[in-house]
Design a protein around this ligand. Sequence first.
Ligand code: PAF
Length: 281
Amino acid sequence: MKTETTIQGLTASLSPARSARKIIGFVPTMGNLHEGHLNLVREARKLCDVVVVSIFVNPIQFGPNEDFDNYPRTLEQDSHLLADVGCDIIFAPTVEQMYGNKPRLTNISVSEITNDLCGLQRPGHFDGVAVVVTKLFNIVQPNFAFFGQKDYQQLAVIRQFVRDLNIPLEVIGVPITRAEDGLALSSRNGYLSEENRKIAPTIFQTLKAAEQELHQGVALAEVLENIKQKLTQAGFIVDYVEARTPELQKIEAFDQDVVLFIAAKLGNTRLIDNLQIAYTA
Ligand code: PAF
């Protein structure tokens, strides 16, 4: 496994694979890897000849009061994990390598689906993701790119601009990886205190209970209210509990497939999760 820190170095490393028309798989990450990321790499390994993983904590997707400075940077540990799951090339550029030192005048902004859910609390976040992911796509030029369904809205935004801008690759969404107690794996889980780590699986428990309620015919609005109450009682500060169609359109009743979305704070840690529920008439 190689680690490249420059665009030039990465291009040179990928050149033989490109000449041989090998299938290139790409997993963009911000590092501090866990089983969720490793499952993305495993999926990439199944489909592709060469697997590139980027590790880059992207400053422009963090708000002024978010955790950019404190975001865990664990390149050495990440490298060992990636070697074990068959990554071929790590791309770990500096901020200067990615953004240079001249002002960036171009933005990539996806409308509608970003003015909702996490986009409301994190203005500019998805623009920052869209810019960096587009830059990474242009640098790596993969055939397939892999993203986790935990960041469902992010995945929808990426699918949208890939389609809108005819970016020549296929986006693959990979199901959420959960701890044994149901907590969706996230680099931010590491911020939870021991006590809050025990409370955190309540999010998934409320989602599973909601699924049952919906199948029993409880009205969608009541189901969402029940989730809010349970989370608040458990000590969360709820940011949102929402239902959308799989395409992120608003939905009033469980009369088609639905995705339930939760964002809630436990202490200083903001957790998100979602559950897709199939409609059966
Ligand atoms: O999901 C993430 O880790 C980041 O948002 C991504 C896609 C690597 C872009 O910085």
